[in-house]
Ligand binder design. Structure first.
Ligand code: NAD
Ligand code: DAU
Length: 379
């Protein structure tokens, strides 16, 4: 039986990751998952409450920077894999409060590395390097943003030099460098995945795609930074989860693997496509219109959806230091581990919109309170 310590699993990707392990990949296998999450604004226990059965999946509320807690988790459990999702993850927030990102993303990572080191080292080899218990792996969930920004051509490969621009990406890069320093200094069994932009269920509506969906449902304007020509490479979240577990289990120790599905789109095109997809879904199935907060009747007595069009778009001030283009070359993970993205964007966006329409209670929970204050300041 393998035991995972999954940090940040009350957030977007981490929650999808544990659901993928529990109900898809290891549905009929004995695994144990310990979730460690501080439940910040981005973490929601409701997202994973049905997954925590205290048999295969356990929840611990706590901070990845807490040394005593980390040591206790390793002392009480024979942890095989640490998968570190926990982070402050939003670029715009990092521009407002860089120190929080430095603290959580760098010190938190280093604290987990040290706790794993204390628990997993068995002795020393002839050259003085630590020797390690068999089969252990510390995995860092990183981002394509560590590579900086591309022009119109080219892709990020694993050998592209890191060149972060935002406080968020600087903190994630620094965390990656600590992971690699532990590999080189202590021969620690580590791995890193650097993935492009994810979308899918449980995506917090401060990020572009869920924000656009939520604003349409609320009848609000759709803020596009600058001209909207910046390009992101979108990947359905479950494809990312699959890649992470492949790397944890079968990826070579010490390596970086880029993850992305060659799905580059300009922000303005993503926004227009989301508008059109919602409109078309509601055109086909009138029942879906009931979720709209703006309920005006058309000439037929149906809920009007003619206002769901590109006029909702509003161009707002650009993000400071806004990276122009991200695009991942996933050749290494494809060739070494046979990973490929299963979900085409056209299907993934429909699934994501449907999930949002069907999970309004979750959206209301996460957008109440502090989110509203944040939204009012930002837009
Ligand atoms: P998220 O903001 O949705 O979730 C972050 C989670 O971490 C939350 O549950 C939060 O409560 C928890 N957390 C924050 N600070 C913590 C602390 N000090 N101790 C314990 N838990 C803490 O983030 P996400 O979008 O799911 O991203 C997860 C990871 O994947 C991050 O490391 C991010 O850098 C990386 N990543 C994200 C994307 C993306 O498109 N979202 C792409 C590539 C990589
Ligand atoms: O590339 C991976 C990264 O993707 C992850 O490491 C980050 O954790 C994750 O937040 C995401 O970062 P981005 O900054 O690319 O995602 P975001 O959804 O915030 O923005 C996507 C693009 O849309 C970006 O170019 C900024 C733009 N944008 C964003 C928002 C929130 C807008 O035009 N309007 C908006 O309101």
């Amino acid at each position: 039986m393998k035991t995972y310590l999954v940090t940040g699993a009350a957030g977007f990707i981490g929650s999808n990751f544990i659901k993928y392990l529990l109900y898809k990949k290891y549905k009929d296998e004995d695994i144990k998952i310990i979730v460690l999450d501080a439940l910040t604004y981005a973490g929601n226990l409701g997202t994973i409450k049905d997954d925590i059965d205290n048999k295969r999946c356990f929840f611990v509320k706590g901070d990845i920077r807490d040394r005593q807690l980390a040591d206790k988790l390793f002392a009480e459990n024979d942890i095989d894999y640490v998968v570190n999702f926990a982070a402050e993850s939003h670029v715009d927030r990092s521009i407002e409060d860089p120190q929080l990102f430095l603290s959580v993303n760098i010190l938190g990572t280093q604290n987990l590395l040290d706790a794993a080191r204390r628990a997993w080292v068995t002795g020393k080899d002839a050259n003085g390097y630590p020797t390690w218990k068999e089969g252990k792996r510390y995995h860092q969930v990183s981002t394509d943003e560590v590579y900086g920004s591309l022009g119109a051509e080219g892709y990020f490969t694993e050998t592209t030099p890191v060149c972060p621009h935002s406080p968020y990406s600087a903190s994630k890069t620094s965390a990656d460098l600590f992971v690699q320093a532990y590999r080189d200094t202590y021969h620690m069994p580590v791995s890193i995945t650097r993935c492009s932009n994810n979308y899918g269920p449980y995506h917090f509506p401060e990020k572009l795609i869920p924000l656009i969906i939520n604003n349409i449902l609320e009848g609000k304007k759709l803020p596009v930074y600058g001209e909207g020509t910046n390009v992101r490479d979108w990947l359905y979240v479950e494809d990312h989860c699959k890649a992470i577990d492949m790397v944890v289990r079968n990826g070579r120790a010490g390596e970086v693997y880029n993850v992305g599905g060659h799905n580059e789109m300009r922000n303005i095109d993503i926004v227009k496509l989301t508008i059109k997809t919602i409109h078309d879904m509601m055109e086909k199935d009138k029942d879906l219109r009931k979720v709209l907060k703006k309920q005006v009747r058309d000439a037929n007595g149906d809920i009007d959806i003619s206002w769901i069009n590109d006029d909702l778009i509003t161009h707002v001030a650009d993000r400071l230091g806004h990276d122009q283009r991200y695009a991942i070359d996933p050749t290494k993970i494809k060739n070494e581990l046979g990973w490929y993205p299963e979900t085409k964007f056209a299907d993934g966006i429909v699934k994501t919109i449907k999930w949002n329409l069907e999970n309004q209670k979750w959206i209301e929970e996460v957008t109440s309170g502090d989110y509203q204050k944040y939204y009012d300041i930002m837009y």
